[in-house]
Ligand binder design. Structure first.
Ligand code: FAD
Length: 423
């Protein structure tokens, strides 16, 4: 009987989904290598994803449960300690010329979602991985190709930012390396290179859609009071200024600021770019109480002009795997518009569901590495079959919630339904 050796699992992408997948894989005793295009995400010098300062995300049960099941002592507590409960939406508007607020609870039983800083959550998981002897990080490594018959991957290894040769003005050095593996987990985001390479092997159906809305980040600074810094508005709500075909939202941060997002049709962004004098009147008219009360005029102008206006993509594809060699998770498999607050949560859930399938198929297989690969292929087959319809449903719900957050939250029918539910 052939001996079973530890297998080499390579995880491409050290975002929240890749980091959690690496934790699950490492807990099962295999050798795990994590390859990440950018530098160590915990270094202040590493350029954040999407070139924004930070994104605050809504963390919900899906994501929490998946971190709990990682069985890393202290991880979930450390993450939850850095979250802020959001018990409902706060809908901002105007009533008889006065700024108004309407709190809408998320749940009649008092359940809530949490605001979390994506970098903070990501960093907690990278810290956990660093403690594990069977995990190795390869930052500044970009996947450029993969052969899923021979299980070989190619990475462009780049010199780290701030290294000696960069400082003396010479060009940063890069080289290609070849890496053999037993199993690749692709968690390299919406523009996934793993998915691109997987398409050459699997008969993948693929659909992508850019919605006609772009997003731009803003910041509400903490309010200075005699008692110290405070949140300028309720910290326990997700704040929404609905505008019909656009909206402005604010999510609380631990440092008492709010990370805000303006979602606006691309044409409207173009119009505001061409008519900069209209920016403040546009904010005043549509987002009552924001200008001056929460963000000074000059800051709105500065942030609008210096923060990027970024697209939103929705991706559906299937299958998520090929043989026993590779699987894609998270945004790589099902990037979705952010209006249901479930993109990362669903990606974290992918990890839990994937390892349920892998455990069920491979736990009793001790005979040989080839038998393990066979069992893994069967597990990946059942994983795609279960997960794809679920991911498509969440994707569709996210698009539907966009309409609700923009408009329906202020419609009389919605308000009536909400009141009946809460009474
Ligand atoms: P990513 O976070 O994209 O990470 C992928 C990683 O792979 C990156 O570190 C990248 O550098 C690396 N990489 C890319 N290419 C390569 C390569 N070739 N080689 C090696 N490494 C590579 N989700 C929620 O659950 N709740 C929310 O409230 C929420 N709000 C959002 C608001 C906005 C405005 C946006 C845009 C998204 C929001 N999301 C939310 C979605 C969430 O951000 C994503 O679903 C989540 O970040 C996906 O994680 P991931 O690890 O799959 O991919």
């Amino acid at each position: 009987m052939a001996a079973v050796t530890r297998q080499k699992i390579i995880v491409v992408g050290a975002g929240p989904v890749g980091a959690l997948a690496a934790l699950y894989a490492a807990k099962r005793g295999d050798d795990v290598e994590v390859y990440e295009l950018r530098g160590d995400l915990r270094d202040a010098s590493t350029i954040p994803l999407n070139f924004t300062k930070s994104i605050n995300l809504a963390l919900s049960e899906r994501g929490i449960n998946s971190m709990k099941m990682a069985q890393c002592e202290g991880l979930l507590e450390a993450v939850l300690n850095e979250t802020i409960p959001m018990h409902g939406r706060m809908i901002h508007g105007e009533n008889n010329g006065k700024v108004s607020e309407e709190s809408q609870a998320y749940d009649v039983h008092g359940r809530f979602i949490r605001a979390v800083d994506r970098h903070g959550l990501n960093n907690r998981m990278l810290d956990e991985l660093e403690k594990m002897p069977n995990v190795q990080f390869f930052f500044n490594h970009k996947l450029t190709g993969a052969d899923f018959k021979q299980n070989l991957a190619w990475f462009e290894r780049r010199e780290a930012a701030g290294s000696a040769s960069k400082q003396d003005g010479s060009k940063p050095h890069s080289e290609e390396i070849q890496v053999p593996f037993d199993f690749m987990i692709g968690a390299d985001g919406a523009h996934s290179s793993v998915r691109y390479n997987l398409m050459k092997y699997a008969r993948m159906n693929y659909q992508q859609e850019y919605i006609d809305t772009l997003w731009c980040e803003f910041l509400i600074e903490p309010q200075k009071t005699a008692q110290g810094s405070q949140h300028a508005i309720s910290p326990n709500h997700l704040h929404i200024w609905p505008g019909g075909s656009f909206m402005f939202i604010a999510i609380p941060s631990l440092d008492k600021s709010f990370t805000c997002t303006l979602f606006l049709p691309a044409l409207k962004f173009e119009w505001l770019d061409a008519h900069p004098e209209s920016l403040i009147p546009f904010f005043r008219e549509n987002f009552p109480g924001v200008v001056s009360d929460l963000i000074p005029e000059e800051e709105i102008k500065r942030q609008y002009n210096s923060n990027p206006h970024l697209p939103l993509i929705s991706i559906k594809c299937t299958p998520y795997h090929h043989g026993s060699s590779v699987v894609i998770l998270g945004d790589a498999a099902h990037a979705m518009v952010p209006f249901y607050g479930q993109g990362m949560n669903a990606g974290l859930e992918d990890v839990r569901v994937l390892f349920d399938h892998l455990d069920a198929h491979t736990a009793s297989v001790v005979s040989s590495n080839s038998a393990r690969a066979e069992a893994r292929a069967a597990a990946l087959e059942t994983y795609t079959a279960q997960r794809h319809p679920d991911a498509v449903s969440i994707n569709d719900l996210a698009l539907r919630n966009y309409k609700e957050m923009n408009h329906d939250v202020t419609s009389p029918i919605y308000m009536l339904r909400k009141r009946i539910e809460e009474s």
